[in-house]
Design a protein around this ligand. Structure first.
Ligand SMILES: CC(C)(COP(=O)(O)OP(=O)(O)OC[C@H]1O[C@@H](n2cnc3c(N)ncnc32)[C@H](O)[C@@H]1OP(=O)(O)O)[C@@H](O)C(=O)NCCC(=O)NCCS
Length: 171
């Protein structure tokens, strides 16, 4: 049985491993390889240590029966004005071998419930327009398309879709 729990600063390295492995699997061919390679486990661990200690984000992890982190998701106050949304989904990553087992849905619902408990009504997120599997996942969970935009990453222009739930209780 895989369990979902709130993350602690001790989870920084485990979250970084999930992020880097999943990121490479999902984004190879979508983003420049150099961009992927620069974001190492060491770099991500340092970033997550700071983020987890700040307490500014709701971070949940999914752990397999041995206690190994296999997925995580985060939520926070909206980092930019997006069409009336007050909350934001910061990240969601499920290791390739753990995908398709309902963990993404359980994690997103845990984040949504935590945001609601803090008083947030809604949440948006950004996704590369070419990341079709993730878009289908968000759509399956009832997210609506909020807008499309172009983001510059390492000098290249990428299309992004913003999705959102205006009522987190529907997530
Ligand atoms: C996208 C991601 C978070 C989904 O997590 P997951 O654990 O694989 O998804 P779940 O098993 O919880 O799926 C939940 C529902 O979405 C559906 N779903 C998931 N992926 C789907 C897809 N590619 N196409 C259609 N439906 C999909 C499932 O069938 C399930 O439906 P159900 O509730 O009727 O059973 C995960 O695959 C992932 O980490 N991908 C790589 C990283 C990434 O792209 N992250 C998002 C960055 S913006």
């Amino acid at each position: 049985m895989t369990t979902i729990r709130g993350a602690t600063p001790d989870d920084a390295a485990a979250i970084a491993i999930v992020q880097v492995r999943t990121w490479h699997a999902a984004y190879a061919g979508l983003l420049p390889q150099e961009h992927l390679d620069r974001r190492t486990v060491e770099l991500r661990t340092a970033q997550w240590s700071g983020r987890l200690q700040s307490g500014e984000e709701e971070v949940f992890v999914a752990c397999d029966p041995r206690g190994t982190v296999v997925a995580f998701a985060t939520g926070l106050a909206s980092s930019e004005p997006v069409d009336g949304f007050d909350g934001e989904i910061g990240a969601i990553y499920v290791l390739p071998e753990a995908q398709g087992q309902g963990l993404g849905k359980r994690l997103l619902r845990a984040v949504g419930a935590a945001l609601q408990a803090e008083g947030f009504q809604s949440a948006w997120l950004r996704v590369l327009s070419d990341n079709t599997p993730a878009r289908r996942f968000y759509e399956k969970l009832g997210a609506e398309i909020v807008c499309e935009t172009t983001e510059e990453i390492d000098g290249f222009a990428y299309r992004e879709h913003f999705y959102g739930w205006r009522d987190l209780s529907k997530l």
